[in-house]
Structure formats: C-alpha cells, structure tokens
Design a protein around this ligand. Sequence first.
Ligand SMILES: [Zn+2]
Length: 84
Amino acid sequence: MKQHQKQCPECGGGLNQQAITHTQPWGEKLYRFENVPAFVCTQCGHALFEAAVSQEMDNIIRGHRRPPKYEKVPVFSLEPQTKS
Ligand SMILES: [Zn+2]
C-alpha cells in the first residue's frame, strides 16, 4: 500500500482531491481526459496523479482507444502582421 503524498512537491502546499480535466501531450497530439481523479495543490495548482491513474491514461493513449467524443483543438501561431 502506497501512502498518498500530502504535500505539493513544487511548493509544499496542501493537496485537494478532485476530478480535473487533464490535457496530455503525446508526440504531436494532445489528449484530453475528463473527470480525472487528481490531487491538486491549493497554492500553485500543480496536479498529481496516482500511478494507477497515469497508467490508465497511458493505456488509453497507447491502445488508440476510440474516445466517447472527439474535440478538435485548433492551434494558432501568432506571427507579426504586416501592415498594408
Ligand atoms: Zn504547489
């Protein structure tokens, strides 16, 4: 049995257990997971996942599982505009 970490490794703040939306970059893609159980730092917002949760997300990505819904995420690159 592993003990939960009670403190944020980044700032030492307290952790709140809550479900979050997590965006996981993978190669050139982004995978979004909703309702992910996480421990979120009350001070800096750093999110920690239990090993089993990380593993599950890993399995989903590697297994190319078909998601219940699909959102395309637009990516913009800001470039200086040339004035006319
Ligand atoms: Zn923190």
